[in-house]
Design a protein around this ligand. Sequence first.
Ligand code: ATR
Length: 518
Amino acid sequence: MAKICLCLTAKTIKRNLEILNKYRKNADIAELRVDCLDPDERLYIRRFPELAGLPVILTIRRDIDGGYFSGGEGARVKLLANGLAYAKADSRYNYAYVDIEEDFDVPSLEEAARTFGTRIIRSFHDLNGVISDIPSKMKSMQRSGDEIIKVALAAKSTKDVLNVFEASKTVTAQDKIVICMGHYGIYSRILAERFGSFLTYSSALGEVEVAGGPGQMDVRELSEMYRFGKISKKTKVYGIVGYPLKASVSPWFFNTVFGLENTDSVYVPFPADSIKDLLELAQKLEVMGLSITVPYKELVIPFLAKRSAAVQSIGACNTLYRSDDGWIGENTDCTGFSTSLLGFLNKKNLKHIKITVIGAGGVARSVASEIHRLGGKALIINRTVHKARNLAMKYNFRWGGLPQNEGDSQGLEQIYKYNDIIIQTSSVGMEGYEAKDPLEHYTFNGKERVMDLIYTPAVTPFLKRAMAAGCKTINGYDMVIRQACLQYTSFTETEIPDKLLAQVNTFGESTWNKIRSA
Ligand code: ATR
């Protein structure tokens, strides 16, 4: 099973030990990043394994490899020798591993390490991208069988991650560590076991100024939320696909449910720049089910082997699950949205209610379809007017553009006529996007019911203004949990027991936000 390594990047030995003691139960191995230590502190690295009380990797990362050591190779060799010197018969007093780069060539030091049972991690870093022939690189790094080969590459696309995954399968006879650095590679860290990695690196993100590497995850999140230590080859993998996918409640929700019911499943974020490449990778990783979010709810449809009636009629899909023939597409946004809206209004339908819908993307399609089904009348406004028109015409609704200024009387007048409820479905105001109000030129009268389907941040600039005007408001958290429950049923063919959902809900929105920002 892959292990969790906690990278220690504080400036002093004392601080590193404090961090280690706080997160000890979350880690199997620690890495002392000597390059992050103050120069004076580097004199005391020899005793660290003894003080740490768990296996430690000795690493002095050069600046060209993304580290902080700029003192020249002679000084680095001397420091490495200091760390490995005076080896004790009891191996707990020695470094368990030493990380040396593939171009490092000091045989005497390597020999000394081997003699005293310190395993060599032979590493290669590329901070600029993913080299073209990874399998050849990995093969060329294979020296003696007791070494661990490590390749850490900056993935700039989903295709990069796919290539690294394929390459990792070419080395089977030797322990290896295969990491895609950066945002695209996050799941290569969580699914280290699937990528064939001996360990995954993490940091105590709330404690240190610098993470051990770009895209490293928080050690506690990895071990407690993702239950990393339980992920095996048999674990069922689910996840969410989107871009930029900076913040989503779904990994927290599903992993909390899986943890509470103690099922052998994990749910991971799959940030992707290409839905096609991601689905190819998901197939290879044997992913069982996917949530689909911005901007792929429509783009995913051509890749489906089968689509539900809702996906067919709405033209948007937010849930994929596996069958022998390929992916089956479902839409849980519709029911998630309408049950949330009706609960908010305390109504059974939308008869005689006039609604403005902002946005005409994937989620707006589900919103429009449900408003129509429930007997409401709507005006759809969107930055790209023809998309609003296409959607509105389907249901005999009105359409328009987003008012561009206060003088846009025609546009604003329409909205004043359709303002019993205003539903914001666009990505404007979402974390990762511009913090803007898509309806800034509209003045609330305080009687509108306002729903913003965004939940990160919990209060968008649009919702804040509505609240200040006295409107009753709701964000997208309630809807996202409702649609996630329906996704769970698509994924597992069972419903989340009410008792378990109540347990999840005790964590609540604010707690989740706290966890996320901690
Ligand atoms: P989703 O599945 O969440 O609906 P989507 O299909 O990508 O995501 O749709 C995003 C919506 O946000 C669209 O209505 C989009 O407007 P366009 O159709 O004009 O692209 C809207 N949107 C995104 N960025 C926007 C911006 N900066 N200003 C206004 N609208 C924006």
